[in-house]
Design a protein around this ligand. Structure first.
Ligand code: 13P
Length: 288
């Protein structure tokens, strides 16, 4: 009931665009037919793991392992205290680095917060925004995630904006409602064009940290939904935006996931903590 009300409201919100919706969808098909190539991207999210000593070994092994991969981009998002270490060990390599969150303002009396400008100071190129662990454990909302998304873009960082439903929401057939609402929190505020400089990540909560990855078909369905929803507003942006899948990605399932037409790489948790796992995932992305 609430979902239908919401969908109708969204249709109304898009009303001025309805003339272009059909045209955009036709254009998306045409652009897809031309097989617009999106470069694959693999992002490691270390979460709250690591130490100066173990990071040194891990980063050296990742750098060596991905040195010859030229068809995919590779990023590691490390805890704040290790940004300086990442900068000194990764500069000049083909591994970029970023953070897992940030504040939406650039300075002020905000104890414990880290600003976008500080991330830029440490050479970050990417920042994760709206991860489910931030939303659920630290009470972050669509509003605050959207504000951080915009602040990241303004600072010249690439936000990796996370979306995903819980297992209860999936069982109630609410996946599209939840993911659509999270995506719309950006598009309604800032327009579709901001996605040109961003990355999206679909991370179903039931697959994160669970050993129960989405099947390639399940993930593809939601990725296709996300791309089509963006295409309702801008087909060109929809065709070019990279949408990563996250949730129990391993070397064993990466290639099948990355082979799906709307999956452009992965956001990797546990498997990014070992070069033995992370490098083959990056290789699978580069070869797909
Ligand atoms: P896992 O790969 O450990 O399931 O974590 C996924 C994730 O949350 C990445 O952001």
């Amino acid at each position: 009931m609430i979902r239908h009300l919401y969908d109708n409201l969204m249709k109304l919100a898009h009303f001025p665009l309805t003339g272009t919706v059909l045209i955009s969808t036709i254009k998306l098909n045409r652009i897809n037919r031309k097989k617009m190539m999106r470069r694959k991207l693999v992002v490691g999210n270390w979460k709250m793991h690591g130490s100066i000593a173990s990071n040194k070994v891990l980063l050296a092994d990742v750098v060596a392992g991905v040195r010859n991969l030229d068809a995919a981009d590779c990023v590691v998002c490390v805890p704040y205290p290790y940004l300086c270490q990442a900068q000194s060990l990764l500069q000049g390599t083909n591994v970029a680095w970023g953070a897992q969150n940030m504040c939406s303002t650039n300075d002020g009396a905000l104890t414990g917060a880290v600003s976008p400008a500080m991330l830029v100071d440490y050479g970050c190129t990417h920042v994760i925004v709206g991860h489910s662990e931030r939303r659920n454990l630290f009470h972050e909302t669509d509003d605050t995630a959207a504000a951080r998304f915009n602040a990241a873009l303004e600072a010249g960082l690439v936000p990796i904006f996370c979306m995903g439903e819980s297992s209860e929401e999936r069982e109630s057939d609410w996946t599209e409602y939840i993911v659509g609402r999270q995506l719309d929190s950006i598009i309604r505020r800032y327009g579709p064009h901001v996605l040109e400089n961003a990355v999206l990540a679909y991370e179903p909560l039931w697959a994160v940290g669970s050993d129960k990855p989405a099947t390639p078909q399940q993930a593809q369905e939601v990725h296709e939904f996300i791309r089509k929803r963006i295409a309702r507003c801008d087909a060109q942006v929809a065709a070019q935006v990279r949408i990563l899948y996250g949730g129990s990605v391993t070397p064993a399932n990466a290639a099948q996931l990355f082979a799906m037409p709307d999956i452009d790489g992965g956001l990797i948790g546990r498997a990014s903590l070992s070069a033995q796992d992370f490098v083959p995932i990056c290789r699978a992305a580069s070869q797909s």
